[in-house]
Design a protein around this ligand. Structure first.
Ligand code: DGJ
Length: 729
């Protein structure tokens, strides 16, 4: 039993060996919050800390208790409009125009396992014993509105998931103006907000800022989860670092507009909320209809950020990602994009594939430009039939020939888009997202299909399926390359226009569910101009994501390091590309490029026919070396050892679950003359065992590597790296 209800204290205790989360029924019938953090054995007396306290110039929510001030009470799913002036978890507007609601406890249910969320991605269990769940039903009598808060606590992870479901039980419509997935209140604490922010080509920088009185917020209004802000935030103590201190992580399993916000009030109390972005959101909840919010994955660590990340990595790898590739090693691929861009034909592709076969690469991915009349980015999105002028014999022939070389064949799509210059647009201009009678802003010369429409969803399912059925395709790269503007659907009624973004993502999830179920053998990789939609929602359908369009090894240190705060290495596509690098014009050695990319899902993205014999030899060695280490890389425990955000160096490592194999990488950005000596202390090894470095044969104690550390050799060049591979003896 992980969830207990103590009736005499009106307290719910959600607990496992690591954490406690405590909810209290308040005397006004609403839900209060008592505690979340490291396990407390006996929580029944915790309510003594929730004292009523009179405060000047406040309002109190029960008549006979002037200290019952909601502003000063920790609440579980707060409303606005009584005596709490902080931002609420939800907001409704009733037919009569009132925004006041009062959700009171009605009943609850505790059950083994975890329910699926209809139409939405979410973490899951395979055996009921893996988790326990609690549904608390709240009810507003006047509105005839029910809200069910669902909590799941996993047995083996210090993790709780939360979501909310609104049910209009009455006869009148209700406008849901805000429906967040969760809210949690903390006492006065000196928290900082940690966020993963960036832009195209430099996704997921790690940023920390202190919470002052007022709002500290991140969000996306760009249609997708975005390059700019990842749907993740953590509250950390000022002295929390990778291996020390408390961290509370919040990760939203959602791929559209979101918001995460920490509000610090005048008593120092902190309210953290997260969910669908309330900006430009309104959902018309008709009589007897329900609305389900996405899920937030709440993660507690008392051993710093690295432990928080490992919790996410393990849960997402094992209980978010689905299908054949969940536990399967990912193939080493080559992608032609940076090698050819749009300029290719069958002969060129087969020449590149033959070179890839020579170096033992396993999968050839044909990127953008194979369909319609697409020779640049001005046309053809939506016209998903092969361009026989470029590829005579079609994809069937190409796939066959590539298979004959011993490689699998993979294909790029961008199914959510429509080019104004396409047969599809000429036939169905109404299928594009658009604001009626207004000009649409183009981005990369394209528009977005209105996936809130069933006919559009079906078109995508059928057109992608018919290509996948015809040729032997083992891998799909699912791209999406623009932000959403002029939010509008020609099909939705006026009062439902602000539902578009959420309806779009529900439509996309339906499409992805259908296609991945039809083609369970295919490995799917999601992409949005690189990492513009690197989120748990997409990972549920596609086990890996193209991390960034920036393939420069130095830039990738930061991008992969930041991404690892939430996402498991098995989810990160990482490619060796040509130099000078196409994004930053920097030239780095083939070794440095491999040493960085090989800490993710290795791929190559260049024209191998342009390499000389020596370079080809190096690449072949790299590919075969990666095959030796990839189980460890893709499924081992990841440790961040030195942050590229803090200086000239970066370091990270993998340790196998059984601690037998260890891989560590150290990277220098710029060389210095006559530098000071650097050392690297490893983490997570077996202190009582010895390890052999497999390249030089040297023996080290596990405790020695962790406490004395590795001496870094003098790296004389800019952009250099050193990688060690240890095996327990
Ligand atoms: C953006 C992706 O991130 C690239 O890898 C490539 O697939 C291009 N789109 C193709 O248009």
């Amino acid at each position: 039993m992980f969830i207990k209800f103590f009736k005499e204290h009106d307290i719910f205790h959600l607990q496992n060996d690591q954490i406690s989360y405590v909810i209290k029924l308040l005397k006004n019938g609403q839900l209060g919050h008592l505690y979340w953090g490291k396990k407390i054995r006996d929580v029944q007396r915790l309510d003594r800390y929730q004292l009523s306290q009179h405060r000047p110039y406040e309002a109190y929510a029960v008549k006979d208790d002037t200290g019952f001030i909601l502003e000063n009470i920790a609440r579980e799913y707060p409303s606005f409009g009584q005596s709490d002036f902080r931002e609420p978890a939800y907001q409704i507007e009733a037919k009569a125009g009132s925004i006041i609601s009062d959700l009171k406890y009605k009943e609850h249910q505790i059950y083994a396992g975890k329910k699926r969320l209809k139409g939405l991605p979410a973490t899951y269990v395979e055996q009921k014993e893996e988790a326990e769940s609690l549904d608390i039903t709240l009810y507003d009598e006047i509105l005839d509105l029910e809200v069910i808060l669902t909590y799941t606590i996993f047995k083996d992870y210090p993790i709780i998931t939360r979501s909310a479901c609104f049910k209009n039980k009455g006869e009148k419509n209700i406008n849901l103006k805000r429906a967040l997935s969760m809210s949690v209140d903390f006492e006065n604490r000196d928290f900082e907000l940690l966020q993963l922010s960036g832009a195209w080509g430099r996704e997921r920088d790690i940023i920390r800022r202190p919470l002052e009185q007022g709002m500290t917020k991140i969000d996306s209004k760009r249609g997708g989860s975005s390059h700019q802000q990842n749907p993740f935030a953590a509250l950390v103590e000022p002295d929390t670092n990778e291996y020390y201190g408390e961290a509370y992580g919040f990760s939203l399993v959602y791929s559209a507009n979101f918001m995460a916000q920490a509000e610090r009030n005048h008593y120092g109390k902190i309210r953290m909320t997260m969910g669908i972005n309330p900006f430009n959101f309104n959902w018309l909840l008709e009589a007897k209809e329900s609305f389900q919010t996405p899920e937030v994955v709440m993660n507690y660590s008392d051993q710093g950020l690295n432990k928080m990340s490992q919790n996410y990595h393990q849960l997402y790898q094992n209980r978010l990602v689905r299908g054949k590739y969940r536990q399967k090693e990912r193939p080493v691929l080559i992608n032609n994009w940076e090698g050819t861009y749009f300029d290719f034909d069958t002969d060129k592709i087969l020449e590149m594939a033959a070179a890839a076969a020579e170096v033992d690469i396993e999968l050839f991915v044909l990127d953008d430009g194979w369909f319609g009349k697409r020779n640049d980015d001005t046309s053809s999105l939506g016209d998903w039939y092969v361009n026989e002028d470029k590829l005579p014999g079609g994809l069937e022939y190409l796939a066959q020939e590539i298979n004959k070389l011993g490689l699998y064949f993979g294909l790029w799509f961008e199914p959510e888009m429509i080019s104004p210059n396409s047969d599809l647009y000429r036939k169905h201009p109404e299928w594009a997202i658009q604001a009626k009678d207004r000009e649409s802003s183009l981005s990369r010369q394209q528009l977005i299909l209105d996936l809130s429409r069933r006919d559009v969803q079906n078109y995508i399912i059928e057109s992608v399926s018919s290509i996948l059925e015809k040729a032997d395709i083992s891998y799909v790269k699912w791209d999406m390359n623009r932000p959403m503007t002029e939010y509008g659907s020609l099909e939705l009624k006026a009062e439902r226009q602000q539902e578009l973004n959420h309806r779009y993502i529900l439509g996309l999830y339906r499409v992805l569910e259908e296609i991945t179920a039809r083609f369970p053998e295919v490995l799917f990789e999601s992409c949005a101009g690189g990492g513009g939609r690197f989120d748990p929602g997409m990972l549920y359908y596609m086990p890996q994501t193209w991390t960034s369009d920036d393939t420069d090894a130095v830039e990738r240190l930061k991008i992969q390091y930041g991404t690892s705060v939430v996402y498991p290495p098995s989810s990160m596509g990482a490619h060796v590309s040509a130099v000078p690098n196409h994004q930053v014009e920097r030239s780095t050695s083939l070794k440095m490029r491999y040493d960085v990319a090989s800490f993710g899902n290795l791929g190559y993205e260049l024209d191998l026919t342009e390499l000389n014999k020596d370079q080809i030899k190096v690449v072949k060695n790299q590919v075969n070396n990666y095959k030796e280490i990839r189980t460890l890389v893709q499924f081992g425990d990841f440790y961040r050892l030195q942050s590229p955000f803090e200086g000239n160096f970066a370091a990270w490592s993998y340790v196998a679950r059984d601690k037998k194999d260890v891989l560590a990488g150290f990277y220098q950005v710029l060389a210095a003359p006559n530098p000071r000596e650097e050392k690297l202390k490893l983490k997570g090894l077996d202190t009582n065992s010895n390890y052999k470095e497999i390249n030089c044969g040297e023996i080290y104690g596990g405790d020695e590597l962790m406490n004395y550390g590795l001496k870094i050799p003098y790296l004389k060049e800019d952009f250099s790296s050193k990688v060690w591979c240890f095996r327990k003896i």
